[in-house]
Structures are given as structure tokens and as C-alpha cells.
Design a protein around this ligand. Structure first.
Ligand SMILES: Nc1nc2c(ncn2[C@@H]2O[C@H](COP(=O)(O)OP(=O)(O)OP(=O)(O)O)[C@@H](O)[C@H]2O)c(=O)[nH]1
Ligand SMILES: [Mg+2]
Length: 508
């Protein structure tokens, strides 16, 4: 049916919004805007809100994909310890058939009528080549997206709407709300934080006073241990690319000596502007707190000029194993945290203690910053958590071939049983990454191989290698139940299928 095709938000980058729920017949698109051009339903004002390029089946596909992807097997059971009402996940899913990606919000509501949790999703469609809008605006889109979803959920709850059909008589009210929502998105689009670039580049900064271990940290990430003994104080900012899942990340190592670190402040438009993460270093053996605070303060002042909420990752270095548990070091860490916390304001932050003698401590701290740049981090973590719970694993780590930790999850274990921590598990498996990554260059995407380490009857670590496009990844699973290995072999392929798309859109 051919109609007057008018979509009043012509220059909006979000081309459609689809609200889906898992109703009685499975996932279904219940409310959506604009209407698909072959809509089977019509009400008077609808003609002005039709999109020429979407069909009903596209919205159906979005409902199925966005909901089934994140469902974990326990989803429908009202188990006390699952806290499904706290699941609030954002991520980016690909829809190549319609050349779009969708910023996707996934959550649940509890239906008193159905006596179960109902999964719902809201998908915002954006053309593939405008994806950077989503990546750049994801944090600002969260609030209106959540609020609008909340409105739709309440509407469904209060009126027992569990299908598109049951929703039809509410369209008049819903349509106005959709238009308000699109208006809110338009506002966000009209005030870009940074120019919308086609290709996303990422910039990360390593800064802090001199001799706090910045260059050593970077060498450890690169696992260039041979460079460590001969390391000299840095004399100029060094920028170096790091390829992270197809995205180029520029890392800047800023020298810390007084006159040299002034350069970063004077040339803040080069170093600080458009930085995505700052790693700020403090030496636990020689914290020089006042001097460090003074410098950090100046850095923050510059950042505020650019009005960005850049995350600060504090790296407290030289917390070597032999001193880590001494009172002096513990006190120093507490004091460093307290002092530096006062100036982070409302920037997201996190503290890590590291030592170049524990590769995991360095890789984990470094990965944390990168992980937080991924719009799909929450989705991957949720899937990993669901997989662990379903198969009775305790810990799961997703690691790339360079040992960067893309996701780390642990399920609660009851009882006083001694369990290995993530660091121990990582260090058991890590020596294999490099060997395995090279060993079978030509293995195909469908297969994965595993190595099993069993220390004792009840401590088993499984390393699984798989690849997505040109990238090699490892999953490391830890369990105390030998039987769960059989589950792993059976359920892993399906899990891998779900996670593959999310990995491809990890940062890009
Ligand atoms: N024990 C111990 N020593 C460390 C650690 N990390 C760095 N160091 C030592 O600290 C000294 C300074 O390290 P660098 O990496 O050069 O420090 P930097 O922050 O790059 O210093 P500038 O380039 O001057 O800003 C070196 O002698 C390192 O060997 C650590 O985790 N443990
Ligand atoms: Mg240096």
C-alpha cells in the first residue's frame, strides 16, 4: 500500500524506535515509530508517520533478536537471588538486512497477571554509517531511553498489553509520547559533544608524577619485559597506536618530571582534548601526595574547559607482592585514595593497585579502562553471567590474544568453600595464550578448542580458544564440578553464536 510518506524527523539520525516484549507468543514488537510501510493496522493520524524503508518483518526481526539474545535460561523464574528487576542493559546490535545498528536497552518487569518476569527491549535504529552518533551519545541517550521505556512498561502493566494487537487501542496516547521522545533525541543530536566523525578513534592518556611507573606499566601491557631493566625517565610525550579489536587506540605516555608535565597543561588541546580515558599514576612507595594533587587539580581544570566527563583510572603502582600486605603500604593506599578522591568530582573513577611483577594486575587495570569504552560491555557481561549460572561454573574471563580482559564475571558461591580468584585463574591459563594463538593459524570459525587443567578433584580451569573474523579470543572458565564440563561442550556453541556479534561491535 502506497501512502503519503511523511516522517517528521527527517534529519534525525535515529530512524526508528521499536518497543518489544516477550508476550504469550514469544518476542513481539508492540509499539514502534514510525509505522512500517506495510502496516496491517491503521488509525486516522497514522498516514503522517510512516517510514518508507521499514517493513513489519524488520520490526519482528528486531523484537526476536533483541530479546532472545539476552535471555538467559533462568529468566522466567522468579528466583530470589537473580534480581531480574535490576537488569538494565544497554548495547549495540547489528541489523545488516536494513543497514542499521540499534542502540538497545534490555530490561524486565514483573507481571502480577502472568506471575513471571517479562523481558522487554527498546531498540533505536541508526544507519550503519552513522553509528558514531550512537557511540558518542550513548551516555546521554540512556536517560530518555530508560524513561520512555518505563512509560511503555507501565502502560503495558496497567492495561494488560502483551501483544501488538492488545496495544492498538492505546496508540493515540503512545504516538504523542513517541514524538516527544524523538524530540528529546533531536535535542541530543543538535548538541554533539564532539563532531560526529565517521571513523572512531580513541585516545588514552597515561599521566602522573615522574617515576611513578607509567612507562613500565605500558611495557608490561606490551609484555616487553626485556625493556624493563633499561628503562629511563621519559623526556617527551610518546604516542603509540594499539590495535584493539579493529579499533586504533592511541596511547600517550606523558613524562612526569615537573617542567615536562607542564607541557601537557600548556598544550592541553593536543593531549587532553577528546581523551577517552585517563590513567593517573601514583607510586605507593613515594606518593608525594600534595604534589600529585596539585598536578591532578590542574589537569582536571583543563578537562572542565572541555566539559567532558572523562573517566579517571587511578593506578597505584609498585604494590609488589612482598610488601602489599604490610601496614605501611595499606595505610599509604588508604591515604592516597582519600586524598585523590576529593578532586575527582563527578567523573567516573576507579582505583587499582598494580605491580609490574604481577602481569594480571597490570593487564586487568589497563583492560578495565578499555572495557568501559565498549558500548557492549554490559551485554557481554550479562551473557557471560547467564552462561556461568546455567552451567554451574564459578568464574568466567573473556580475554583477547594479548591478554586484555574483555569481561570478567563470577557467580555467588554458597558456603565456606575455598575458591581460586580471578588473578589465580588468569595466571594459570595466561602462559598458553601466545602459544595457542599461533599454533593453529587456520582453524575455522565454527570450531573452538579447549585445554583443561585439573589441579585437584575440585579445582578445574578450562581454557577455550575461538575466533571471530581475524581476532582470537579465549574464554577461561573455572568450576569445582567435574560434571559441568559436559555442559560446557554442549552449550558453548550457542553461547558463542550469541556473543559473536557483540564482539564485532565491541568498540567499532
Ligand atoms: N618494584 C617496582 N618498581 C617499579 C614498578 N613499576 C615501575 N617501577 C620502577 O620505577 C621506576 C620508574 O619507572 P618508569 O616506568 O620509568 O616511571 P615513569 O612514570 O614512566 O617516569 P617518567 O617517565 O619520568 O614520568 C623504574 O625504576 C621502574 O623499574 C613496580 O610495579 N614495582
Ligand atoms: Mg616514563
Amino acid at each position: 500500500m502506497k501512502k503519503n510518506i511523511i516522517f517528521p524527523f527527517d534529519d534525525l539520525l535515529v530512524k526508528g524506535a521499536i518497543f518489544s516484549i516477550y508476550g504469550d507468543m514469544g518476542p513481539e514488537a508492540v509499539f514502534f515509530y514510525p509505522f512500517p510501510n506495510d502496516s496491517s493496522f491503521s488509525f486516522p493520524v497514522m498516514e503522517n508517520h510512516i517510514a518508507s524503508n521499514f517493513e513489519q518483518r524488520n520490526f519482528m526481526q528486531i523484537a526476536v533478536k533483541s530479546i532472545s539474545l539476552l535471555l538467559v535460561d533462568y529468566s522466567f523464574e522468579d528466583e530470589k537471588n537473580l534480581h531480574l528487576e535490576d537488569v538494565n542493559i544497554f548495547g549495540v546490535l547489528p541489523y545488516p538486512d536494513i543497514n542499521c545498528i540499534a542502540l538497545t536497552y534490555f530490561t524486565y518487569f514483573f507481571s502480577e497477571v502472568r506471575k513471571r518476569f517479562i523481558p522487554v527491549s527498546l531498540s533505536l535504529l541508526v544507519h550503519e554509517n552513522k553509528r558514531s552518533f550512537v557511540y558518542d551519545s550513548i551516555n546521554r541517550l540512556r536517560k530518555p531511553t530508560k524513561e520512555f521505556t518505563k512509560y511503555l512498561i507501565d502502560l503495558c502493566k496497567n492495561n494488560n498489553i502483551y501483544s501488538e494487537l492488545e496495544g492498538q487501542e492505546y496508540w493515540e496516547a503512545v504516538l504523542t509520547k513517541f514524538i516527544d521522545f524523538f524530540g528529546a533525541i533531536q535535542k541530543i543530536q543538535n548538541q554533539p559533544i564532539s563532531p560526529i566523525t565517521k571513523k572512531r578513534r580513541i585516545k588514552i592518556l597515561f599521566t602522573g608524577l615522574e617515576s611513578t611507573g607509567k612507562t613500565s606499566f605500558i611495557l608490561t601491557v606490551k609484555r616487553k619485559f626485556s625493556g624493563l631493566p633499561t628503562i629511563l625517565p621519559s623526556t617527551e610525550p610518546i604516542s603509540e597506536p594499539l590495535n584493539f579489536l579493529g579499533t586504533t587506540i592511541m596511547k600517550w605516555d606523558i613524562p612526569g618530571q615537573k617542567d615536562l608535565r607542564e607541557a601537557i597543561l600548556e598544550n592541553s588541546e593536543i593531549y587532553l582534548f577528546e581523551s577517552d580515558v585517563i590513567y593517573y599514576f601514583i607510586d605507593v612507595m613515594n606518593p608525594r601526595i600534595n604534589e600529585s594533587l596539585e598536578f591532578l587539580n590542574k589537569v582536571m581544570e583543563k578537562i572542565h574547559e572541555y566539559d567532558s566527563k572523562i573517566p579517571i583510572i587511578f593506578i597505584i603502582t609498585k604494590v609488589d607482592e612482598d610488601v602489599a600486605s604490610t601496614v605501611e603500604v595499606k595505610d599509604a593506599i588508604a591515604e592516597i585514595k582519600e586524598a585523590h578522591l576529593k578532586i575527582v568530582g563527578d567523573h567516573p573513577y576507579k582505583f587499582f593497585n598494580t605491580s609490574i611483577f604481577s602481569i594480571y594486575s597490570v593487564l586487568n587495570a589497563f583492560s578495565y579502562g578499555l572495557r568501559n569504552l565498549s558500548p557492549n560491555r554490559e551485554m557481554i557481561e550479562h551473557l557471560l553471567w547467564g552462561f556461568l549460572a546455567k552451567n554451574e561454573f564459578i568464574t568466567g574471563l573473556l580475554v583477547n590474544e594479548n591478554g586484555l580482559v574483555l569481561a570478567a564475571q563470577q557467580v555467588n558461591v554458597k558456603g565456606p568453600e575455598q575458591i581460586l580468584d580471578a588473578k589465580q585463574i588468569f595466571e594459570i591459563a595466561a602462559p598458553q595464550f601466545a602459544i595457542l594463538a599461533k599454533q593453529f593459524k587456520d582453524f575455522d570459525e565454527k570450531t573452538s578448542d579447549s585445554i583443561r587443567y585439573q589441579f585437584s578433584e575440585k579445582n578445574i580451569v578450562i581454557l577455550k580458544r575461538f575466533s571471530v573474523e581475524d581476532f582470537t579470543f579465549f574464554y577461561i572458565f573455572y568450576t569445582k564440578k567435574p560434571d559441568s564440563i559436559k555442559n560446557l561442550e554442549k552449550n558453548f556453541p550457542e553461547f558463542l553464536d550469541r556473543i559473536r556479534n557483540l564482539l564485532l561491535l565491541y568498540i567499532r
